[in-house]
Write a protein that binds this ligand. Structure first.
Ligand code: ADP
Length: 387
């Protein structure tokens, strides 16, 4: 099990002239974890998150980062904020400079990077969030999703280890929200530890490794998502609703079907539950379709148009910001932009082939998910990396 990156011990905080917003909270976050902090308005989520990079100092209790108690002198806080990046809910409050470049450069400049280091940090961060070419644009003219990406790039430019996102999808439309969740996944895949606060259970449920339910400044429940979101009394108390897939699972269980113990987190998982419940052999075409994977970071761009021309009608998905950007730049119409691997496996089991555009770091995930699916279902979906 990986080591602990951040730990809170019995932390409390009362706003001046306000009520006690955080009332004795203890938890830890392991390196590489994805944590969803969930609870109704006023539960203390924002206050708690602001404590994670020292913007609020607890009245009592301590926070440890990398096993060291956080100190609140200027120098220690600057070091902490380099390692714990915070993305505010409202990008308009985070973006301060007149151009995208200046805004993203703000952190690296403050950290004393040289000019060439600043340039390369900004270039890399903007590339990562899919905003290459936006350097001179004034942030106030960007869309909500683009502003969010600028705010994220500003934090990424400092290369933090832990990223804290307050309501990362608030104000975004469903597809913008999915894009941001996927970006968080991609960052996590690159080794970043991520904690988000959210009201959106349907997005948090399949995404998080662990959920922490907060209520009135205290932790109500802390567990893997299907436990945290699967107890009706907790869900009710925390003013949440149960994720739809869990709800269906429990309804099937109440009707006496014998179900696999592993709760469904995606539609693909749910279909497997249904197959088991109704004792069906999984519906499968005699020969499953192939999932081809194209790495947009590779230098094989010339081969893609020919491949697409010789595979008309194939479903295409893009996973990750750069892959989506590549599709847009090359006028490739996407059938799937979120939950892409599962959607392609769903196609494969009815005999249809598909193509996933993705970036280097994510290629392995396709193979891994297909293997996981084969273990549970016995259906082996071929995955072929285009080379
Ligand atoms: P959440 O993010 O879960 O909505 P918050 O951390 O914003 O919760 O708020 C927790 C409690 O602290 C609420 O009762 C809220 O009214 C109070 N609070 C938040 N910010 C302030 C503030 N600046 N001054 C006084 N009270 C505040």
């Amino acid at each position: 099990m990986s080591s602990i990156i951040l730990e809170a011990r019995e932390i409390r905080y009362r706003y001046p002239r306000g009520m006690e917003a955080v009332r004795g909270i203890s938890f830890h976050i392991r390196k590489g974890e994805k944590i969803a902090l969930v609870g109704p308005n006023g539960a203390g989520k924002s206050t708690l998150m602001l404590m994670l990079n020292g913007m609020i100092r607890p009245d009592s209790g301590i926070i440890l980062f990398d096993n060291e108690p956080v100190s609140y002198d200027k120098d220690s806080l600057r070091k902490l904020r380099k390692r714990v990046g915070f993305v505010l809910q409202n990008p308009d409050r985070q973006i301060i400079a007149p151009t995208v470049y200046q805004d993203v450069a703000f952190g690296p400049v403050n950290l004393g990077y040289s000019e060439s280091e600043v340039k390369s940090a900004v270039r890399e961060a903007l590339r990562y969030v899919g905003l290459e070419g936006f350097e001179r644009r004034p942030p106030h003219l960007l869309s909500g999703g683009e502003k969010k990406r600028v705010a994220i790039a500003g934090v990424l430019a400092m290369d933090p280890d832990l990223l804290v996102f307050d309501e990362p999808t608030s104000g975004l439309d469903p597809s913008g929200s999915e894009d941001i969740m996927e970006l968080l996944d991609e960052l996590n895949h690159q080794g970043k530890t991520i904690i988000i606060s959210t009201h959106d259970i349907e997005l948090a449920y399949p995404w998080a490794d662990r959920a922490i339910l907060l209520l009135e400044g205290r932790i109500l429940q802390e567990a893997i998502p299907d436990v945290a979101f699967g107890r009706p009394e907790y869900v009710r108390q925390a003013h949440l609703s149960m994720p739809i897939l869990l709800d269906i699972y429990f309804e099937l269980e109440k009707r006496g079907y014998s179900l696999p113990e592993r709760k469904p987190r995606t539609v693909l998982d749910m279909l497997q539950v249904i197959d088991v419940a109704f004792k069906k052999t999984p519906c499968c075409h005699a020969s499953p379709g192939t999932i081809s994977v194209f790495d947009v970071d590779s230098s094989l761009h010339d081969s893609l148009p020919g491949w697409l021309a010789s595979h008309p009608g194939v479903s295409i998905g893009a996973m990750g910001t750069r892959a989506k950007q590549h599709a847009a730049d090359n006028h490739i119409v996407l059938d799937f932009t979120y939950g892409v691997i599962d959607k392609c496996i769903l196609r494969a089991i009815i005999g249809e082939s598909s193509l996933i555009l993705t970036s280097t770091g994510m290629v392995r995930r396709v193979e891994h998910r297909a293997l996981e699916f084969a273990t549970v279902s016995g259906i082996s979906v071929p995955v072929r990396l285009m080379d």
